[in-house]
Design a protein around this ligand. Structure first.
Ligand code: AMP
Length: 193
């Protein structure tokens, strides 16, 4: 069973490369950001709760996010494994993921992190804002999202590093270059036939 998480600051390219990586691993992508945006678009209760956090660049509270992920990971398509894009983002979420995986009798195979320096991220996110019109891609909110990432998510990098699970990918440069680096990691993570 291939259970992998994809980490990296906003704008590092997680969304761009998640499908490629997951496709090679033969597992679905579970993107908490995409699920929240879909719920906002549908106007569900969860969407209404999540929207103000998304718009402000803050994390949706752990209890809300964890409940949503627990339910999603219990679905049948996750049985062969999954690639989590954008989860966990806090130490509490990491603990819940350990618990969920433990309950399923499995563990994490790898934590892949896309690394890109801060100014390149801001530039990328501003460019994306023009194309996608995401409500959380204004410069103030972008800077806040990077700050929240530094405060709450960077500690997870050490956690997974200590467990020997970290796979660092240089996320700078052109998309095709990063793509090749992601493919190399996918190859390493694919179980031999
Ligand atoms: P993303 O598309 O992954 O950048 O996520 C967009 C927004 O969704 C984030 O800025 C948060 O407001 C929210 N979000 C996504 N994943 C999480 C998570 N694991 N924990 C809390 N909030 C999240």
């Amino acid at each position: 069973m291939t259970t992998v998480i994809l980490m990296g600051p906003p704008g590092a390219g997680k969304g761009t490369h998640a499908e490629l990586l997951a496709g090679r691993l033969g597992v679905p992508v579970i993107s908490t950001g995409d699920i929240f945006r879909a719920q906002v678009a549908e106007g569900t209760d969860l969407g209404r709760t999540a929207q103000r956090y998304l718009d402000a660049g803050e994390y949706v509270p752990d209890e809300v996010t964890n409940a949503m992920v627990r339910e999603r990971l219990a679905a049948a398509d996750c049985r062969p494994g999954f690639l989590l894009d954008g989860y966990p983002r806090t130490l509490e979420q990491a603990a819940v993921l350990d618990e969920v995986l433990g309950g399923q009798g499995r563990g994490l195979v790898a934590a892949v992190i896309l690394r890109v320096d801060q100014e390149a991220l801001v530039a990328r996110l501003l460019r994306r804002a023009e194309i996608e019109h995401r409500s959380d891609d204004t410069e103030d909110v972008i800077r806040r999202r990077l700050q929240v990432y530094g405060d709450q998510t960077v500690p997870l990098i050490n956690l997974y590093d200590e467990r020997g699970l970290l796979r660092e990918v240089d996320g700078s440069g052109e998309i095709h270059e990063v793509r090749q680096r992601v493919l190399n990691v996918a190859f390493d993570l694919t179980p031999a036939e």
